[in-house]
Design a protein around this ligand. Structure first.
Ligand code: FES
Length: 99
C-alpha cells in the first residue's frame, strides 16, 4: 500500500504519479472515485500523455479513455490499472497490484 497524498494535493486530474519507480496517471473512475492507470502503453511500452480528453501514446498513436484506460483503437487492449482508496485519514492510497 502506497500513500499518494491528499486529494487536494492534486490541483487537477489526470495527475502524473510515480509509484515503485514507474509512471502512472491518477484519474477519476466512472463512479467518481480514484484509480491509477499505468502510463506505459500495452502495445510496445510508449509513455502515454494527456491529449484532450484522452491519453495518447506518441509511438503509434493508440488512444485510451481517461476513466478506465480502455484502448479506443484496439478492442481488448487497455492500460494496466491499480486500485486507489480514499481512507478515513483523508489520504489516497494505492492498494494491491496492477491488473
Ligand atoms: S507503443 Fe503505444 S501505440 Fe505502440
Amino acid at each position: 500500500m502506497s500513500d499518494l497524498g491528499r486529494p487536494e494535493d492534486f490541483s487537477r486530474l489526470p495527475a502524473s504519479v510515480t509509484l515503485d519507480g514507474a509512471p502512472y496517471w491518477l484519474v477519476r473512475n466512472e463512479e467518481g472515485g480514484y484509480r491509477l492507470l499505468s502510463a506505459l502503453c500495452p502495445h510496445a511500452g510508449g509513455e502515454v500523455r494527456v491529449y484532450e480528453d484522452m491519453f495518447l501514446c506518441p509511438l503509434h498513436y493508440w488512444t485510451f479513455a481517461q476513466t478506465d484506460g480502455a484502448c479506443m483503437n484496439v478492442s481488448d487492449e487497455r492500460l494496466m490499472q491499480r486500485q486507489v482508496e480514499l481512507r478515513a485519514d483523508g489520504r489516497l492510497y494505492a492498494v494491491g497490484t496492477d491488473f
